[in-house]
Ligand binder design. Structure first.
Ligand code: AMP
Length: 282
């Protein structure tokens, strides 16, 4: 059987109502497509948790800045549907831009301080786009559980806040980052990397690993950051955008290293922007 695909919100709601019957939960994995094994892991996890597994594929224009890669963001719908079916999705929602942003729309969801640091500082408006679209996706679907990847750690923090603040009755499950053998986090954008770029990108997980080892040896925060910085700077193919140690709960800068300390890295390999993060202590 082929995987059913819906576009309009009415069709989505009908399809979900038919599948949820008397109380099966809707487990929802929102994506921008160009699916890889990280996405498949979220779908498999939702499948294992039981209920109706909804996947959305939507490249959300409002979370891209004017100079960012919206137009050239990878789109691979056929491969996406095959992967989604294999991983265990029950239904795929592929809204049009006009489905989620109807003519005349003028509403945005803006989260506060959590959205202003890290990626929010270097991509102004990004998390307003993310919070707005995920609010729409949750309201339209009535999903019970939202599955998010830890690779986008700040996104999980912003969306937790958004869901709590807007009284949206969905819970959030965060799935650990799926990585290549050398530690590089899987990302739809990795497909832009040529062999040299791919090698340069591996400096990011190497820096996270070096920082973690330094932290576990009991070294102070400045030494941990310096150690990670050296690894990043040794890779000429990588331009670091930020390297910051922050408290995972508040995303405020961490002057010291405790169980909540998390290291966040963003960098460019050519024009491809990559991000990653890791807790420093177990
Ligand atoms: P995206 O399509 O990039 O917007 O990602 C959709 C969802 O998949 C988000 O919750 C991401 O955090 C998650 N995701 C992306 N890459 C990975 C990965 N390597 N491991 C786990 N989750 C991921």
């Amino acid at each position: 059987m082929t995987l059913p695909v819906v576009v309009a919100v009415d069709d989505l709601r009908r399809a979900l109502a038919a599948r949820r019957g008397s109380g099966r939960p809707v487990r929802f994995v929102p994506t921008m497509g160009a699916l890889h094994d990280g996405h498949a892991t979220l779908i498999r996890r939702a499948r294992a948790d039981g209920g109706v597994v909804l996947l959305s594929i939507f490249v959300n224009p409002t979370q891209f800045g004017p100079t960012e890669d919206l137009a050239k963001y990878p789109r691979t719908p056929e491969a996406d549907l095959a992967l989604a079916q294999k991983a265990g999705a029950d239904l795929v929602w592929m809204p049009e831009v006009e489905t989620l942003y109807p003519p005349g729309e003028q509403t945005r969801v803006q989260v506060g301080a959590l959205a202003d640091v890290l990626c929010g500082a270097v991509r102004p408006g990004h998390f307003t786009g993310v919070a707005t679209v995920v609010a729409k996706l949750l309201i339209a679907s009535g999903a019970d559980v939202l599955y998010l990847g830890e690779k986008d750690f700040q996104q999980t923090a912003v969306l937790r806040r958004m869901v709590a603040d807007l009284l949206i009755p969905s819970t959030i499950e965060v799935v650990p980052t799926v990585r290549e053998a050398d530690g590089l986090a899987l990302s739809s954008r990795n497909r832009y990397l040529d062999a040299a770029g791919r090698a340069a990108a591996a400096a990011i997980p190497r820096a996270l690993e070096a920082a973690t080892r330094t932290a576990r040896a009991g070294e102070p925060a400045p030494d941990i950051l310096a150690r990670a910085r050296r690894v990043l700077d040794a890779e000429p193919g990588l331009r670091t955008q930020y390297l910051e140690l922050r408290d995972a709960r508040t995303l405020e800068l961490s002057p010291s290293v405790d169980a909540h300390a998390r290291l966040f890295i963003a960098g460019f390999v050519g024009s491809t922007r990559l991000i990653d993060n890791r807790a420093l202590l177990p």
